[in-house]
Design a protein around this ligand. Sequence first.
Ligand code: SAM
Length: 231
Amino acid sequence: MNPLPAILFSDNWNVYQKIIANNYMLHKEFSHYTREALSTASIPIKSVLDLGCGDAQLIAKDLASIGIDTYTGYDLSEAALAQAEHFLQYLPAQKKLSLGRMENLIQDATNTWDLIYSSYAIHHLSDLGKQEIMLEVYNHLNSNGLFLMVDVMRKKDQSRDAYMDDYIGGIRQNWPGLEIREQDMIANHIHEYDFPAIDLDLIDWATSIGFSVQKAPVQDDRHQMLIMQKG
Ligand SMILES: C[S@@+](CC[C@H](N)C(=O)[O-])C[C@H]1O[C@@H](n2cnc3c(N)ncnc32)[C@H](O)[C@@H]1O
């Protein structure tokens, strides 16, 4: 994998805002299921770690109603963290934003959290990297803590090439709110930086680590959310 992955954010923030505004990646549905998971969690969610937080715009809104004590965000883009500082300003909690690779930062962290959240970031890691970060997440959660993972995923037996054709075809057909040059830019980004795992593999890895896993019931086979609880 390219050693400088996925800074969709810093280069293309406006395009990502259009994707969110048009709900092309189902951010609305995932926000709904995030809020539902927060309100039904078996422990009070007071401490939150966000892996690949980007501008933290949506999670800041999702967290606003539950009253957390601390929010920590990791991202490798300085521009993203500057935006996150802005969008988190009204979230009443102690905030800490750390610049760097989430996989290294979590490994070095001595804290544990009630909720670890990650939206559209983990697919940038290799499959081994995904398994390693899931284990780190498990080890950095409090008992009965939650791991919410929103991401792009491949279908069973779907190769990365077949996924690329399918996903980029979907952009061309179903994302008319983006100009052709913006669609091209996203397609190039995906080709270079995206390594989505097969959904069933993610579920198997999580289960073998010790998580109980549920899938949010969205009718979409590319954008998914796994709701995982540490036993
Ligand atoms: C598509 S954006 C998602 C941002 C936000 N979580 C959301 O859902 O709106 C992906 C983010 O992950 C960050 N990212 C990618 N790989 C990363 C890594 N290894 N460590 C930390 N951040 C990473 C990028 O810089 C970018 O801000």
